[in-house]
Ligand binder design. Structure first.
Ligand SMILES: [Zn+2]
Ligand SMILES: [Zn+2]
Ligand SMILES: [Zn+2]
Length: 317
C-alpha cells in the first residue's frame, strides 16, 4: 500500500500494545455506549435442587471416583467419607493421562470469592501436594486452573479447581518462560514500574509481598494479575504465598461481582519449575472472542485498565 492510499483511511486507529509477559497483541477500543458486561454473560443462577444433586458436597463422596487424598480431615476418617475440608479426586472425564479435581469446600459454595482464607490455605496446600506427587512421578509441569460459570466452561457449580499433570511446559508457559528469566524478567519490571492506579491490593508475608493489579495489557475487560513482587519461579514451594495470591484473586472476583454482577471467569497459575516468575492470571468472561482475536491473535479490549481499576477499587464490598 502506498502512503497516498494509506492517507485516505480514517485516522482513528488505536495503538497496538504488546503484552510484556506473552507478546500477545492488545488494542484498547473503549465502546462508549456499551458496558463490557451483558446479561447473558453473567453467571447462571443456582438451580433449586442444585445442592441436593451435587456430587462435590460432603456426604456424597461415593458419587466421585475414589479420592487421591484429602486435607483438613477428622481423626480416624476413612477415605471417601465425610469429615474433610478439601478433597482431591480424579476427573471423571479426563482429557489427559492425569487430570484431577480439587473440591474446594465440603459445603455447597459457588465461588472462590465466597471461601474463607483458611479454606484457601488448604486449597493452595492441595495444589502443592499434587505438585510433589507429579514431580515424584517424573512429570514436568502442573497446570492448575479454575473455571467458574457455564460461560467460562465450568461443568459443576460447586467451587473447584482442576490440576493437569504434563510432561512438558504447555505452550503458553513455554512462550512466557524466556521473557521471565531472572536476568531481564518482564514481570519483575512490570511490578517495579507498576502504575499505582492499576494496583488494587497487596498482602505481605515475611519479606515477600504479593500484589493484585489490573493487567495493563489485558485481553479482556477487568483482566487481573496476581504475583509476588520478588522473582520466584515456583508457587507450589512458596509456602503460604500461593494461598495469599488466591485470597487476592478472590478479592478481585468480589470486586468484579460488585461492579458487574456475578461474573464467569477463568483463572490459572503460570508456574515455572526452573527459572521464571509465577503468577495468577484471571480473565473475566463477560465478552465473546471473535475472529480477530482467534484468527488474528489480536485482542480488542473495550475497557481501559485505568477505568477498570477505578471501578474495582470503588466497588463497595
Ligand atoms: Zn455442592
Ligand atoms: Zn521476575
Ligand atoms: Zn502468564
Amino acid at each position: 500500500m502506498t502512503d497516498a492510499n494509506r492517507s485516505s483511511e480514517p485516522s482513528t486507529r488505536a495503538q497496538i500494545l504488546s503484552d510484556p509477559l506473552s507478546g500477545r497483541e492488545v488494542i484498547f477500543a473503549p465502546a462508549r455506549t456499551k458496558r463490557p458486561g451483558n446479561h447473558e454473560a453473567l453467571r447462571e443462577p443456582a438451580a433449586a435442587d442444585e445442592a441436593e444433586n451435587c456430587p462435590f458436597c460432603e456426604g456424597r463422596e461415593q458419587e466421585t471416583p475414589p479420592e487421591l487424598f484429602a486435607l483438613g480431615t477428622e481423626k480416624g476418617r476413612a477415605p471417601d467419607t465425610p469429615g474433610w475440608k478439601v478433597r482431591v479426586v480424579p476427573n471423571l472425564y479426563p482429557a489427559f493421562e492425569r487430570q484431577q479435581v480439587v473440591v474446594h469446600t465440603p459445603t455447597h459454595t459457588r465461588s472462590l470469592a465466597d471461601l474463607s482464607d483458611e479454606q484457601l490455605v488448604l486449597i493452595a496446600a492441595s495444589w502443592a501436594e499434587a505438585a510433589e506427587r507429579a514431580w515424584a512421578q517424573g512429570f514436568d509441569h502442573l497446570l492448575a486452573v479454575i473455571n467458574e460459570g457455564v460461560a467460562a466452561g465450568a461443568s459443576r457449580p460447586h467451587s473447584h479447581s482442576q490440576l493437569v499433570w504434563l510432561d512438558r511446559l504447555p505452550p503458553e508457559v513455554a512462550t512466557e518462560a524466556p521473557r521471565l528469566r531472572r536476568d531481564g524478567c518482564a514481570l519483575c519490571a512490570l511490578l517495579h514500574d507498576l502504575d499505582p492506579a492499576l494496583k488494587l491490593a497487596e498482602r505481605k508475608l515475611g519479606d515477600s509481598t504479593v500484589s493484585l493489579a489490573v493487567a495493563a495489557t489485558g485481553r479482556a475487560p477487568y483482566e487481573l494479575l496476581v504475583a509476588p513482587d520478588d522473582h520466584q519461579p515456583d508457587a507450589f514451594g512458596s509456602g503460604e504465598l500461593l494461598a495469599a495470591a488466591l485470597a487476592l484473586a478472590a478479592e478481585g472476583v468480589r470486586r468484579l461481582n460488585a461492579v458487574e454482577g456475578a461474573s464467569p471467569f477463568n483463572l490459572w497459575l503460570h508456574n515455572f519449575q526452573a527459572d521464571g516468575h509465577w503468577h495468577l492470571e484471571l480473565v473475566p468472561r463477560l465478552n465473546t472472542y471473535a475472529a480477530i482475536e482467534l484468527g488474528g491473535g489480536i485482542f480488542i479490549n473495550t475497557l481501559r485498565p485505568e477505568e477498570a481499576a477505578t471501578r474495582l477499587r470503588e466497588a463497595s464490598l
